[in-house]
Design a protein around this ligand. Structure first.
Ligand SMILES: *Cc1c(COP(=O)(O)O)cnc(C)c1O
Length: 238
């Protein structure tokens, strides 16, 4: 408990310092605790400390934890993993957010499967900001069409954009990828969208992401510690 608390506070301190450095307010940044592979008991502890937003990558794991933690009424679940057609129903039922929409077909399934009793599902479009063919995400020049399609789906609420940049130690190259996502948001908002969310930045690069306009950082290992071996790093989860 004490270690989890200290790590969580440490990440909040990093967010505050990053905001100070670029004259932003910490309240502009949502900390998403990425809990994939960690037990529901860890999530429950953080919830009791006041953390509300949690991210999961695997549909079945999300479903299981959401059931286990059903008593945590203010807990907000974000699905941030690659989403296959055969898993959309689980996610449409269990999640409050999905960050990884990259094609209309998956969005349509979520739209059709979102239970009527629940509010619309918040969604972000994942953009391929590195240009690597192997990466997930819609190409920037196909983004406007996808955004227009998704915006017409009544059971989805288009909130923003998400990216997983190419893993690189080159800070300039990394910053350019974050800037591209920000430019995509500006472009869509100039076309009349009202996107308020930029989901970018992880344990190793949240400062750079905040300096470049992130509103939501997805932080796993800096809070929960190193993941067990079965979890591959995000760039291999595509
Ligand atoms: C696992 C994961 C994270 C968290 O990564 P850390 O480096 O542990 O902070 C963030 N985003 C996505 C999409 C992930 O899969």
């Amino acid at each position: 408990m004490a270690m989890l608390f200290e790590a969580w506070q440490g990440v909040q301190g990093r967010i505050s310092a990053a905001c100070t450095a670029c004259a932003r307010k910490p309240q502009e940044i949502t900390l998403l605790a990425v809990s994939k592979t960690f037990p529901a008991a860890d999530i429950h502890q953080l919830y009791q400390l006041g953390q509300r937003e949690f991210g999961e990558n695997y549909a079945q794991e999300l479903e299981q934890k959401a059931t286990e933690l059903a008593d945590c009424h203010e807990l907000v679940w974000h699905f941030i993993g690659p989403l296959q057609s055969n898993k959309t129903r689980i996610v449409a039922n269990a999640a409050h957010w999905v960050h990884t929409i990259e094609r209309s077909k998956i969005a349509e399934r979520l739209n059709n499967q979102r239970p009527a009793a629940l509010p619309p599902l918040n969604v972000c479009l994942q953009v391929n900001v590195s240009g690597e063919a192997s990466k997930s995400g819609v190409a920037p020049d196909e983004l406007l069409v996808l955004a227009r399609n998704v915006a017409q789906m009544p059971r989805l609420k288009l909130r923003g954009l998400m990216c997983i940049p190419e893993a690189t130690a080159d800070q300039v190259k990394l910053a350019k990828q974050f800037q591209l996502l920000k430019q995509c948001q500006d472009m869509l908002n100039a076309h009349g969208f009202a996107l308020d969310t930029l989901s970018m930045g992880m344990s190793s690069d949240l400062e750079l992401a905040i300096a470049n306009g992130s509103t939501l950082v997805r932080v796993g290992s800096a809070i929960f510690g190193a993941r067990p071996y079965l979890a591959s790093p995000p760039e291999q989860e595509q």
